[in-house]
Design a protein around this ligand. Structure first.
Ligand code: 3H9
Length: 693
C-alpha cells in the first residue's frame, strides 16, 4: 500500500506530504502517518525545520467523517496537533485548495502557515452538527480575534486566503510553486533564527470584549441557528477560551465535541453530507454518457415560476428566451424578473452591472419560432394536461433535433406529456421549487423513454445552475409533492377534528419546519391544492380528504394572496379566524368526523409518519433511487431542517418499529386507508433495519 504520509528532505528542510485522495481527510492511517513523520523530524538532526504539505487537489479537508460512527482510535487528532506544536523546531503548513476543519486545526498546530492565493481556510464543522474539536475553537480566536472566529465557526463559511492573511490566520501568500515557496519560507526562518511559535501561547483577553458580548452574540444568531445544537456549543467553547486556562478550555472543547458527535443532529447532518454527494450518482446511466451542450435555453410561460426559472440560467451566463402568449403577460413577466433582481441590488448583494448583464441575457418573445435554436426548452405553463398538450405539440414542431424538451410540471405524468411529441426520448421533467431563483432543489423526472443523454445532461445542468438535482420516476406528485400530500392531509384532518391550525403549525415549527403545513398551504395557494386534487385520478376515496381546502376555496379564501385562507392575514401575518373554526366544526358534523384531543407528540407522528409511509411506497415502487435521495428532496425543497436529516433519516432515528407501532394505533382509530404500513416499512421494522442502511 502506498504511504499516505511521507517524509523527505529538501536540503535542511523536512517535507512531510499527506497523500490520501480524494481530499486528504485525516483518517487513522493519516493521523498515524503524521505522528510517525513528525517524530522522525524531531529526531532528524539534519532537518532544521519542516513543511507540511499535501498532494492532490487540496490540503487536508478535515477529519474523516466516515470514522465518526466508530469508536475513536489513537492517535486522536488533538494529540497530533499538540505534538506538532510542542516540537522544538519550526513547522510550516503549506496550504492549497481548502484547509478545512481538522485540516485547518492541524495547520494552526503548525508554527507558521503559508498558502497559495486561491486557497481557502475554514472551520465548517457546524454544518455537520459538530464543533471544531481539535483545538480549533481555541486557536482561531487567538489568531483572528474572538468575533471573526465566532463568525467563521458559526457560519461554517471558509475564508479566502487573502482575508485569512489580513486576519492573521496566514503568515504569507505564496506566488508560484507552493512547495518551493514554503521550503524557502522555512529556510528563511532558520536563517533568521526564528523558532517555533505556539498559537496556544497567544493571550486571549476577556476584558478586551465589550460588556455582554456573548449574550449579544447569541441574540444576533438566534434566528438563523434556531433548533441547531452545535452553534451554542461553539459559543461555549469560545467562552471557555477567554475565561479558562488553555488546558482546561481544551478539555471543555473535547467534552462538548463528544456531545455533538454522538448527537442525533450530527448523525442527521453527516447523513445529508453524504446523501448530497450520492444523489448525483445514477447507477444505470454510464458515467461516460455524452452530454448535450446547452448554450441557449428557452422558457415557455413567464409567470412567477417561469420568470424564476429563466433567472437561474441568466445568473450563470446562459442566454434565455422567455415566451408568453400576449404582450401584457410578457411585460408582466419581465417586470417580475426585474423586481427579483432589484431586491438584492438594493440590499447591496448584487451590483447594478451584474443585474444589467443578467437582464440582457433574457430575451422576451411571443413567437414559438424564436425557440427553434434552443438547446433546452422548459415549459412552465398552467398545470393541466390540456394546456401541456398544446405547448408540447408546438415545441415538437418548432424545436431543432436534439433539443431537450422539459416540463416544470409538479405532478403530471411526464410520459403522457412526452407522448404529445414524436421524440419522447428528448422529454424530461425539470421540477423547480418556488421561488425558483432561490430554492436549491430540482426534481428531475425521467420518463419511461427519456434517453440516458437527456438524463445525464439534466443532472449536469442542475450543478451548472447551482441546484441539487434529484432523479426520480413518474408518478402523481413525484417524490416531493406525493409525500407532501399526506402531510397536508393529516393537518387538514386535524382541522376537522377540532385541532386549531395555529397549534399544528406551532408544533411543526418547533419540530423544526420552516413553516407549518397550514401556513405553507396558504402561501402556496389553496386553489393550487384544489386544482391538483382535481387532476389526481387516484385520489383517496374519502369525502373528508382535504375537505377544508375545498370548502375555503368555495368561499373565495385562496390563501395569503386573497388576504384569507386557513388564516386571515394582517399584511403577511396570519391570524386565527373564528369563521374558519366554525366552518371546520360544521363540516366535521356534516361528515361525521369525531372531535379528538391530540397531544403534541401525536401531531408530529401523524404529520411525519404519514409522509414517511408514502416515502416507503415510493422506494418500493422505484420512484426514488434511495431513501437518502428523499431526504435531500425534503431538506432542499420543503423547508425541513437539516438537523433532522430528512423524513427517512428521521424515521431511522425514531426507530422503524416505533413508527409501525404508532401507525397501527392510528389504523385502529381511522381504518386501513391511510395507516396500513407500507410493505417495505413493515419488513424493515420487523428485521430491525433502517431505510438508510
Ligand atoms: C472535522 O474536521 C472535525 C474536527 O474538527 C475534529 C476532529 C477531532 N471525510 O465534496 P466532494 C469525500 S469534521 C470523508 O464531492 P469537492 C466525499 O464524500 C470535517 N470523506 O468534492 C466525496 O466522496 P465520493 C470538517 C470526505 O471537490 C469525495 O470526498 N471538514 C470528506 O466538491 C469528494 O468530495 C468538512 O466538513 C471528509 N471530511 O469538495 C469538509 N470530505 O467521491 C467536508 C469529502 O465517494 N468536505 N469527502 O462521493 C467538503 O466540504 C468538500 O468535500 C471539499 C471538496 C470542499 C473538501
Amino acid at each position: 500500500m502506498p504511504e499516505v504520509v511521507s517524509y523527505a528532505l529538501d536540503g535542511d528542510i523536512a517535507v512531510i506530504t499527506v497523500d490520501n485522495p480524494p481530499v486528504n481527510a485525516l483518517s487513522l492511517p493519516v493521523r498515524r502517518g503524521l505522528a510517525a513523520c513528525f517524530e522522525r523530524f524531531a529526531g532528524d538532526a539534519s532537518a532544521k525545520a519542516a513543511v507540511l504539505i499535501c498532494s492532490g487537489r487540496t490540503f487536508i479537508a478535515g477529519a474523516d467523517i466516515t470514522e465518526f460512527d466508530k469508536p475513536i482510535e489513537e492517535p486522536w487528532l488533538p494529540k497530533v496537533v499538540h505534538y506538532i506544536e510542542d516540537l522544538a523546531k519550526p513547522v510550516v503548513a503549506a496550504i492549497h485548495g481548502t484547509a478545512l476543519g481538522g485540516g485547518l486545526e492541524t495547520a494552526m498546530g503548525c508554527h507558521y502557515r503559508v498558502a497559495v492565493a486561491a486557497a481557502q481556510v475554514g472551520l465548517p464543522e457546524v454544518s455537520l452538527g459538530l464543533l471544531p474539536g481539535a483545538t480549533g475553537t481555541q486557536r482561531l480566536p487567538r489568531l483572528a480575534g474572538v468575533e471573526a472566529a465566532l463568525n467563521a465557526m458559526i457560519s461554517g463559511r471558509p475564508m479566502p486566503a487573502k482575508v485569512a492573511h489580513e486576519k492573521g490566520v496566514l503568515d504569507a501568500i505564496i506566488d508560484g510553486d507552493l512547495k518551493a515557496g514554503a521550503v524557502a519560507f522555512a529556510r528563511d526562518l532558520v536563517k533568521a533564527g526564528k523558532g517555533p511559535r505556539k498559537v496556544r501561547e497567544i493571550a486571549l483577553d476577556a476584558a478586551s470584549l465589550p460588556a455582554g458580548f456573548f449574550s449579544d452574540y447569541r441574540k444576533s444568531i438566534a434566528r438563523e441557528t434556531r433548533g441547531f445544537f452545535a452553534p451554542e456549543q461553539i459559543i461555549k467553547c469560545v467562552e471557555a477560551a477567554v475565561s479558562l486556562p488553555y488546558d482546561q478550555a481544551v478539555k471543555r472543547e473535547n467534552e462538548l465535541f463528544m456531545q455533538c458527535m454522538t448527537s442525533p443532529q450530527s448523525r442527521a447532518q453527516r447523513h445529508l453530507f453524504f446523501a448530497e454527494r450520492e444523489v448525483s450518482k445514477v447507477p444505470d446511466v454510464p458515467k461516460d454518457t455524452a452530454l448535450r451542450p446547452i448554450h441557449q435555453v428557452a422558457v415557455v410561460g413567464g409567470g412567477t415560476m417561469g420568470g424564476g426559472i429563466a433567472m437561474n440560467f441568466a445568473n450563470v451566463g446562459i442566454p434565455v428566451i422567455l415566451k408568453e402568449i400576449n404582450q401584457e403577460a410578457l411585460d408582466r413577466g419581465m417586470a417580475i424578473i426585474r423586481g427579483n433582481y432589484e431586491g438584492p441590488v438594493k440590499k447591496g448583494r448584487m451590483s447594478q452591472e451584474a443585474m444589467d448583464k443578467c437582464m440582457a441575457l433574457i430575451t422576451p418573445t411571443l413567437d414559438y419560432k424564436d425557440l427553434g435554436n434552443a438547446d433546452l426548452v422548459i415549459e412552465a405553463v398552467f398545470e393541466t394536461m390540456a394546456v401541456k398538450e398544446i405547448v408540447f405539440k408546438e415545441l415538437d414542431a418548432v424545436c431543432k433535433q436534439g433539443a431537450i424538451l422539459a416540463s416544470n410540471t409538479s405532478t403530471l405524468n411526464v410520459d403522457e406529456i412526452a407522448a404529445f411529441t414524436r421524440r419522447p426520448e428528448d422529454v424530461i421533467g425539470l421540477h423547480f421549487f418556488a421561488p425558483a431563483n432561490v430554492m436549491t432543489l430540482l426534481e428531475i423526472v425521467r420518463g419511461a423513454k427519456t434517453s440516458n443523454e437527456v438524463i445525464a445532461t439534466s443532472m449536469a445542468l442542475a450543478k451548472t445552475i447551482r441546484k441539487i438535482g434529484v432523479l426520480v420516476r413518474v408518478c402523481f406528485g413525484f417524490v416531493g409533492n406525493r409525500m407532501f400530500f399526506p402531510y397536508v392531509r393529516e393537518a387538514q384532518r386535524m382541522m376537522l377534528e377540532g385541532v386549531p391550525p395555529e397549534r399544528v403549525d406551532r408544533v411543526a415549527f418547533e419540530w423544526g419546519m420552516a413553516m407549518g403545513p397550514h401556513g405553507v398551504s396558504d402561501l402556496s395557494g389553496l386553489d393550487v391544492f384544489d386544482k391538483l386534487n382535481k387532476e389526481w385520478k387516484d385520489k383517496p376515496n374519502d369525502p373528508a380528504y382535504c375537505r377544508m381546502i375545498h370548502a375555503l376555496v368555495e368561499k373565495g379564501r385562496l390563501g395569503q394572496k386573497s388576504g384569507a385562507g386557513i388564516y386571515k392575514y394582517e399584511g403577511r401575518t396570519p391570524v386565527p379566524d373564528p369563521e374558519v373554526t366554525a366552518l371546520a366544526k360544521a363540516e366535521a358534523e356534516r361528515l361525521g368526523v369525531q372531535q379528538v384531543e391530540v397531544s403534541d407528540e401525536e401531531i408530529i407522528e401523524r404529520l411525519l409518519f404519514a409522509m414517511i409511509n408514502e416515502g416507503a411506497l415510493i422506494l418500493d415502487e422505484g420512484i426514488a433511487m434511495r431513501a437518502s435521495d428523499i431526504d435531500v428532496v425534503f431538506c432542499h425543497g420543503y423547508g425541513m431542517p437539516r438537523h433532522r436529516g430528512g423524513p427517512m433519516k428521521y424515521a431511522d432515528e425514531v426507530g422503524l418499529a416505533k413508527v409501525v407501532a404508532a401507525m397501527e394505533k392510528y389504523r385502529a382509530r381511522y381504518g386501513d386507508l391511510y395507516w396500513t404500513p407500507a410493505p417495505l416499512l413493515a419488513r424493515l421494522a420487523k428485521e430491525g433495519k433502517t431505510f438508510n442502511g
